[in-house]
Design a protein around this ligand. Structure first.
Ligand code: SF4
Length: 483
């Protein structure tokens, strides 16, 4: 292991290194919590290293986004901080984390903290440092702002539990969509060590919310229940030690609750050969089994040379990442299932059109839909009709039959919807319901894409007559992850 440690580094220099090192972690947006300030406390939940997230009421809030350390005993092949890399290493102390957070907060630069880390010495040692930083922030500095903290896979449940009482949100990164991918690129990590803290956080939240009691997860009986609830668990992987510093966890006093803003995770896209169908199936299962608030997708960015990593002739697969976020939205808010969006025979999205259009083109037998009669859930499945416009259609048609002009005023994107709907039995134009024809028309409509994905030579518009192998898009892609 090559580690260059600088003994007398200023806190400013550490901030430069550890905020830059945190930039690859995207799992930091929040669905937020709604907590007001407390008497004698500072901050509430309502420059460099600052990222933005969204509160429960949709406000954009700023977070100081840093790593506790970029030292790491692990050697994940995709990660800049892997043990094998010769890079400048730095670590914050818990006191330094508190100083930075409070100074930035007082200057009004931030409203919260996002704390991740490499693995220093051991998962327990690292988690304890992070937990101590949060404890100090809450109990010594009375910081009441938003805190998102990573859980270190492999850390003792007592440490995860204690951290959960101080954090608003926690996340455990899945890293790679399948156990095979993890074995190839992150051999020091195991699926079990990642899923266990996820399950613990879910059960702890349920208990704190009064949904179901599992007992104290740090106690032997609580652990037993936790482990019994994990089908994948086996005895060899039982955590054996209670934190030597914390001892048995004492629940802190206060009004925060246990991980009140829920948990999230992140997957790297394009470092391993999984197709879109596998990825959204994993995401769907995580939402269902672990009650996650968000799954984040991070296009693989090449920072290391390694024969087991794919080459990146076209740069990170940002457009694919975008399509997965759109599909994720369909799973969470539009009632789609992964098995409806894709299948083993149609395993990847057509990257040139959005996933809802992609689904509709594969199910043309269900179209056109009469907007004056279809129920709300059928309306939601029509390309160009979102949640708000579907709600408005259902309300507005109680007064009179809707026309295409009315739909436009309501907010329906007609340039996409017109192929899939009728108003009072008529289509907007005579259109042939034929997959290739409509695909071609949809591709020719200029789509508003997030900044950085338009133009360039990453994704060229293809003719329908090109022999498109969408699997080829799987292999491009670097973004690394921290815990
Ligand atoms: S991904 Fe995390 S655990 Fe793996 S090498 Fe990087 S910092 Fe260490």
């Amino acid at each position: 292991m090559s580690v260059i440690i600088q003994e007398h580094m200023s806190i400013q220099k550490k901030l430069e290194i550890l905020s830059d090192a945190a930039k690859y972690d995207v799992a930091c947006t929040s669905s937020g919590v709604d907590r007001s300030g407390t008497p004698g406390g500072i901050g509430n939940s309502v420059a460099c290293g600052i990222c933005h997230t969204f509160s429960a009421d949709g406000r954009c809030i700023s977070l100081l986004k840093i790593l506790m350390t970029n030292e790491c005993i692990f050697d994940c092949k995709y990660c800049l901080n892997r043990a094998a890399n010769d890079i400048v290493r730095a670590s914050f102390t818990p006191e330094e984390i508190c100083t930075l957070t409070m100074e930035f907060y007082r200057r009004n630069y931030i409203e919260g903290l996002f704390l991740s880390s490499g693995v220093l010495k051991s998962p327990n040692y690292t988690m304890e440092l992070m937990c101590n930083a949060l404890k100090m922030l809450r109990e010594v500095y009375h910081f009441n702002g938003y805190i998102h903290c990573k859980a270190v896979p492999g850390a003792d449940p007592s440490l995860i539990e204690m951290t959960g009482w101080y954090a608003d949100r926690m996340s455990v990164n899945l890293e790679l969509p399948t156990a095979d991918g993890l074995r190839n690129l992150a051999p020091h990590k195991s699926r079990k060590n990642i899923l266990r803290p996820m399950k613990q956080i879910q059960l702890g939240r349920n208990e704190a919310l009064g949904l179901k009691s599992y007992g104290r997860l740090s106690d032997a009986a609580g652990r037993e229940r936790l482990l019994l609830s994990e089908k994948e668990s086996n005895k060899e992987n039982l955590p054996v030690s209670v934190s030597p510093v914390l001892g048995l966890v004492k629940r802190p006093t206060g009004n925060r609750g246990f991980v009140p803003a829920g948990q999230s995770t992140q997957m790297i896209i394009g470092a391993t050969p999984e197709n879109d169908y596998q990825i959204i199936t994993v995401a769907e299962s995580l939402y269902q089994k672990f009650d996650l608030k968000r799954v984040f997708y991070s296009a693989y960015v090449q920072v290391n040379e390694d024969t087991s990593l794919p080459s990146l002739p076209g740069g990170p697969p940002l457009l694919r990442e975008h399509r997965l976020y759109q599909a994720d939205w369909l799973l969470r808010f539009y009632g789609f299932q992964a098995s409806e969006l894709l299948s083993e025979t149609r395993p990847n999205f057509n990257i040139l059109i959005d996933p809802k259009c992609n689904w509709a083109l594969g199910h043309l037998e269900q179209f056109p839909v009469e907007v004056n009669k279809a129920d709300y859930f059928t309306l939601l499945r029509i390309p160009g009709i979102g949640v708000k416009s579907a709600q408005r259609i259902v309300k507005a048609r109680q007064a009179a039959n809707l026309r295409f002009e009315d739909l436009k005023k309501i907010g329906v994107v007609l340039k996409r919807a017109l192929y899939f709907i009728t108003c009072s039995g008529k289509m907007m134009y005579p259109i042939k319901l034929e997959e290739n024809y409509i695909t071609n028309q949809l591709i020719s409509v200029k789509e508003k894409l997030p900044f950085g994905m338009e133009g360039g030579n990453l994704y060229t518009q293809l003719s329908l007559f090109d022999d498109v192998n969408f699997n080829s898009f799987n292999q491009s892609g670097v973004r690394s992850m921290y815990l």
